[in-house]
Design a protein around this ligand. Structure first.
Ligand code: NAD
Length: 282
């Protein structure tokens, strides 16, 4: 099936980036959001992002009307029935995602591939919520999506080779570089990255240094483009905490135990850039 119309579920940090990238690459995109408030906020953010991209000549002469004209919005998953391919980018919560996958399975055509942008949740378990486990897989983009080139394509226990191929081709049409990885908690990048972020939080908690010093040392000492606490704020501290909880539980290894400071900041609503405060203030 030729993929022309992509459905995106969720229009938070990642959903918006995926929508922007898909629209800029000529796809029609239908977006499912929870409510009108999220639709208004996401549309405004995308309009600003498109204007910025047009001003910088990054969308090949397309106008704002061209780009916005390829997006449609709904608050009902039932309205995604016309999509050729679905990318779920809702909150990192297994229960939420399972319910979404159950509904998508009922609504979408049998040939449609259901992909999740989860950072850590088992693809095979999500696939088990559907009757099409061979057409379910992970499509893990990186933040900010329009800028970051890799995509981890995560092969669930029953994902078929045809599903992997079609998704790899779609990733390439979106301008991405696809890497196929196995369905183990955190896949590759978060399994390696989250312990770094967690350890930086412990160093802050223990008073080894303040947040700016920790970030500056990792930037200059390890040649990283940004420090681990800055990166955690960009990802979202709630997202980092969810990923660490999954790594801790599913790998059953205490080295992934989330730092109490991270949990405390999330409880206080300090989620990083998206709320204006996390480890740093924005
Ligand atoms: P976010 O909190 O910014 O956005 C999630 C959005 O999903 C929220 O707007 C929420 O209201 C919405 N939502 C929840 N249930 C929904 C439903 N039933 N239907 C429609 N929308 C629903 O989170 P995010 O950072 O965009 O993360 C989304 C997914 O992407 C998560 O699985 C996360 O692990 C993954 N991810 C995040 C990053 C990152 O850097 N933030 C990177 C890669 C992958």
């Amino acid at each position: 099936m030729e993929i022309r119309r992509i459905a995106v579920v969720g229009a938070g940090t990642m959903g918006r980036g995926i929508i922007q990238t898909a629209v800029a690459h000529g796809f029609e995109v239908v977006v499912a959001v929870l409510n009108e408030h999220e639709r208004t906020a996401a549309r405004a953010a995308l309009q600003a992002a498109f204007q910025h991209a047009i001003a910088r000549g990054r969308v090949g002469g397309q106008t704002l009307a061209d780009l916005e004209g390829r997006m449609s919005w709904t608050t009902e998953l039932d309205h995604l029935a016309s999509a050729d391919f679905v990318i779920e980018a809702a909150s990192e919560d297994e229960q939420v995602k399972c319910e979404i996958f159950q509904r998508l399975d009922q609504v979408c055509g049998l040939a449609v591939i259901l992909a999740t942008n989860t950072s850590s949740i088992s693809i095979s378990r999500l696939a088990g919520a559907t009757h099409r486990a061979d057409r379910v897989l992970g499509m893990h983009f990186f933040n900010p999506v329009p800028v970051m080139s890799p995509v981890e394509i995560v092969r669930g226990a029953e994902t078929s080779p045809a599903t992997l191929d079609a998704t790899r081709q779609l990733a390439e049409r979106l301008g991405k570089v696809a890497f196929v990885v196995a369905d183990r908690p955190g896949f590759v990048v978060n399994r390696v990255l989250m312990p770094l972020i967690n350890e930086a939080a412990y160093a802050l908690l223990e008073g080894v240094a303040d947040a700016n010093t920790i970030d500056s040392l990792l930037k200059l000492g390890c040649n990283h483009p940004m420090g681990p606490l800055q990166l955690a704020d960009l990802i979202g501290l709630d997202v980092c905490l969810s990923i660490l909880n999954v790594l801790h539980r599913d790998l059953n290894d205490s080295k992934f135990r989330p730092c109490p400071l991270l949990a405390q900041l999330v409880e206080a609503g300090r989620l990083g850039r998206k709320t204006g405060r996390g480890f740093h203030v924005y």
